[in-house]
Design a protein around this ligand. Structure first.
Ligand code: CO8
Length: 254
């Protein structure tokens, strides 16, 4: 139900359940967790997630599986999804959701747990849980405001409306729109940062990642700590020297 491939410096994770629009059964969520664990052992620089088929990235939690579950089960389900998506959020290298079609409910929550989102022009996204008498349970109420602001997030969650690709780009919910094939566009985007040194990439991401979680003075302290760590790396010495010597730096991830 989940395929994991390695292509050079990239790992490609594909939700592969097209008959259910790649809906997230609990087994699929566990498979995503196992795939992330496996990819963590690989020497890669980016992880791309997408869905099989023309139609959907992921239509959300498996509604057929949710019917008839007890409140107790649902809490365990929500916590499972949150745990697996948190693993993605803190994955060792940046992740890119290549949104090839619908990304609804848990599908959009999965995409929001990625570092970046690249969407095809026919992508449609939203958090329609309210229409089912539910609210998002896999991080959507917390990650969406961080991306688009509180009032807009509340509007999206409370109306459950569908957002097209252009609007998603305009409000910062997706990072880029793809002209052609969305996975190719995600790979091209990854190529814009995978050539830099891993320590700087990790430290930059960690610093930005904390920005909305802490007060400004604490965030500035974190930035001073992390930028000092970056400054002390061999890659920084190489990058600065290469600039002076007017040559391309040879980063060695140290
Ligand atoms: N779960 C299970 N099956 C699904 C889902 C889903 N989320 N979405 C689609 N499918 C299935 C359909 O049942 C259908 O199967 P079948 O052919 O056997 O009837 C097949 O996929 C194709 O779907 P459609 O015929 O509906 O395709 P359309 O092109 O007509 O419509 C849509 C596409 C608009 C995406 C439509 O399928 C749809 O609205 N899907 C549901 C979207 C949705 O509401 N997602 C949110 C689910 S709730 C959630 O994600 C988080 C809940 C929090 C849980 C926390 C506690 C654990």
């Amino acid at each position: 139900m989940v395929k994991l491939l390695r292509e050079g410096a990239l790992a490609l994770l594909t939700l592969d359940r097209p008959e259910a629009l790649n809906a997230l059964s609990f087994a699929v969520i566990r498979d995503i967790g196992a795939a992330i664990d496996e990819a963590a052992g690989w020497d890669i620089r980016a992880l791309i997630l997408t869905g099989t088929g023309e139609k959907a990235f992921c239509a959300g939690a498996d509604i057929k599986e949710l019917v008839g579950r007890s409140l107790m089960d649902e809490r365990a389900g929500s916590e499972l999804g949150q745990r697996v998506f948190a693993k993605l959020d803190s994955f060792k290298v940046p992740s890119i959701a290549a949104i090839n079609g619908y990304a609804f409910g848990g599908g959009l929550e999965l995409a929001m747990a990625c570092t970046f989102r690249v969407a095809s022009s026919k992508a449609r996204v939203g958090l329609p849980e309210i229409k089912l008498g539910l609210i998002p349970g896999y991080g959507g109420t917390q990650r969406l405001p961080r991306l688009v602001g509180e009032a807009r997030a509340a509007e999206i969650v409370l109306t459950g409306r569908t957002i097209d690709a252009e609007e998603a780009l305009a409000i910062g919910l997706v990072t880029r729109l793809a002209d052609g094939d969305v996975v190719e566009a995600a790979k091209a985007f990854a190529a814009e940062f995978t050539g830099y040194g891993l320590p700087a990439l990790a430290l930059a991401r960690a610093a930005v990642r904390r920005a909305l979680d802490v007060p400004l003075d604490e965030g500035l302290r974190i930035e001073a700590d992390l930028s000092t760590l970056a400054y002390r790396t061999e890659d920084a010495a190489e990058g600065l020297t290469a600039f002076i010597e007017k040559r391309k730096p040879q980063f060695r991830d140290k």
